[in-house]
Design a protein around this ligand. Structure first.
Ligand SMILES: Cc1ncc(COP(=O)(O)O)c(C=O)c1O
Length: 401
């Protein structure tokens, strides 16, 4: 069937109708079922953890069907999923995911950082590829149960956390491009160490013009699996040339967009002595990062005098505006570039020391200990709030001990 005909088919019209029928059951924490593992795994030493390679004892699954809505949430032993080889996720990349962290304080209290933003973004991603949406608060409630059950997997050492990966996939057994009639939401947890265990190590970027990560009207603003596989080959090619990550550039002007899988910020020193913190605007090509938003909020609160951060420049302006490689290159040459950094949940802040661009290296200053003066002041406050060392309404308590 042609795509156009399939879009007009009665079953699809019905599918679209049922999908948005709000009378169907949503996720309901009251229905949660538990099956504890009878075979708990040994918990590895924190010093041996490699990001994303170790998983806790349990996972959460919630099935969805177009006629029945969201089904029973189940916490069960971590293990393989049974998927039919025809199922849509395997052929058409019907998958969206999130990345968030739970932090354990010395008292045993466990905190999540702005999880409402992840729930909102996951729903927005799901909507973009016609996967079912859900009540984010209800998912959060059942996720908290999973984290409470596996909280002993959260390493106690400073800088460590439990990385949480909620994922939603289309599971309809059918070869054919259409919204799936079945889906599965699952959540897995991975204990992780600090991204920079031996202090900040600035990374080098390859200013990539041969490939694009996102384009206008595309899917760059959503956390879809389909956005990531095409970035692996460019990443390998950047690595071959001695760069750690791709700096994704867009259009003939070579606008800076994102760094690897992070949002990015540049800091300029203006002629009048003002310090300008800039990040590209959310124009549909940029993922609306939780860290990006947090950096912006902290910097704006400082600039407005609402909440000043120690060590951060008094005369700070914060802008979401396009930045070109030409502007960065000129600022580097003229001594007006203060720093450039990536921002994301995994590394929090990732300083950059050079950008390979059109056959030469653009040098980026890095401050004391590998981190610039603006990112350092913001990072301190941000990490304090994430771990609960600094109280804030961005913290959500999972359990008190
Ligand atoms: C492409 C991309 N950009 C930016 C980010 C940063 O987002 P967040 O701060 O929510 O982790 C991520 C990581 O999730 C990402 O994959």
């Amino acid at each position: 069937m042609s795509l156009l005909r399939s879009l007009r088919s009665p079953s699809l019209i019905r599918a679209a109708h049922v999908r948005y029928n709000s009378s169907l059951p949503d996720i309901d924490a009251k229905n949660l079922q538990f099956t504890r593992t009878s075979n708990p795994k040994p918990i590895p030493q924190s010093s041996t953890l490699v990001f994303g390679k170790t998983f806790s004892d349990h996972m959460l699954t919630i099935p969805w069907n177009i006629e029945a809505g969201w089904g029973t949430p189940e916490i069960k032993p971590y293990g393989p999923l049974a998927l039919d080889p025809s199922c849509t996720v395997l052929h058409y990349a019907q998958t969206v995911f999130e990345g968030m962290k739970a932090y354990r304080q010395e008292s045993g209290r466990v905190l999540l950082f702005r999880p409402d933003m992840n729930m909102k973004r996951m729903n927005s991603s799901a909507r973009r590829i016609a996967l079912p949406t859900f009540n984010g608060n209800a998912l959060l409630d059942v996720m908290k149960e999973l984290i409470r059950l596996d909280k002993h997997w959260i390493p106690k050492e400073p800088g460590h956390s439990l990385y949480i990966r909620p994922t939603l996939i289309g599971t309809q057994k059918a070869v054919g491009v259409s919204p799936p009639t079945d889906a599965l939401l699952f959540v897995i947890c991975s204990p992780v160490g600090p991204y920079y265990p031996k202090g900040f190590k600035p990374v080098s970027l390859y200013g990539t013009t041969e490939y694009v990560r996102a384009s206008p009207g595309g899917t760059g603003a959503y956390k879809l699996g389909v956005n990531y596989a095409p970035g692996i080959l460019p990443q390998k090619e950047a690595a071959k040339q001695g760069y750690a990550q791709n700096l994704w550039l867009h259009g003939p002007e070579h606008y800076l967009t994102e760094v690897g899988t992070m949002n990015m910020f540049v800091v300029f020193r203006k002629d009048n002595g003002t310090i300008e913190l800039v990040t590209p605007p959310l124009d549909g090509m940029i993922l609306p990062g939780v860290t990006r938003d947090s950096v912006l909020c902290l910097a704006r609160d400082h600039a407005s005098g609402k909440h000043q951060l120690p060590g951060l420049a008094d005369r700070l302006v914060v802008n979401e505006r396009p930045v070109t490689m030409r502007e960065v290159k000129e600022a580097s040459k003229n001594g007006k570039l203060v720093e450039l950094f990536g921002a994301g949940t995994a590394a929090v802040i990732s300083p950059v020391d050079r950008i390979g661009y059109q056959g030469e290296d653009v040098h980026i200053p890095t401050g004391e200990g590998g981190m610039g003066p603006v990112s350092r002041a913001i990072w301190k406050e941000l990490v304090g709030r994430q771990t609960g060392a600094i109280a804030s309404d961005w913290s959500v308590v999972v359990c008190d001990s």
